[in-house]
Write a protein that binds this ligand. Sequence first.
Ligand SMILES: C[S@@+](CC[C@H](N)C(=O)[O-])C[C@H]1O[C@@H](n2cnc3c(N)ncnc32)[C@H](O)[C@@H]1O
Length: 208
Amino acid sequence: MEAQQPPPQSKSKYLFYGLTAVTVSSTLFLLPFIVTPALPRKLYGALPYQNTPSKHIKTALKLINNRIATNPPPNPTSLPPKKLKFVDLGSGAGEATILASFSNFDALGVEINPSLLLYSRAASVVSRSPCRFKSLNLINLPFQDYDVLFMFGVKPLIEQLKPKLISEVRIGGLVCLYRFKLTSMDEHFEVVGREGEVTIYERTSKRT
Ligand SMILES: C[S@@+](CC[C@H](N)C(=O)[O-])C[C@H]1O[C@@H](n2cnc3c(N)ncnc32)[C@H](O)[C@@H]1O
């Protein structure tokens, strides 16, 4: 008996649905990287995704490590010091977190966008980085658990974050900002490194 072939009409229907699914899913995945950055800024205003260029991440890690070398955190035990904890607040494609892990930090990236999380996790596997990525709104992260906070200022959040930075960043903790500055925070944060658009702040002991 001959096997029944689907009619040619339903074959092309499956092909159509298959192609639509592939197009929609790849557009969603590429949205933060290619689709939105390609839109004209004049029409669409501020674009949702921009990453810190690698050379600025490397500058940031160099400045952070210089500061830690000149001002090491206290180690009251006789055990070898633990790796310092680094977090990228809004880790995007994950490069800063991955490079921090290769710079001997216990590195975590927190990110709200699921396709960027997927991408960064894949990038960490490919690069064999021991870093981790967490799906989290950075507002809900306890900043006091980290030695170094890295952030390519998420503009709408920066003002909202100031009280959290003041109350949660531990004394001596470092905050590294690319592009953005912590204005009117001199009482709480001292600039301990700056090169180009990268600034490193240290939480001072003053409390209000
Ligand atoms: C300007 S990109 C910076 C990416 C990466 N940190 C870098 O420097 O290359 C900001 C990232 O923050 C993420 N983001 C924005 N608001 C967030 C929030 N409330 N919680 C977690 N991630 C957030 C965005 O999805 C985006 O990936």
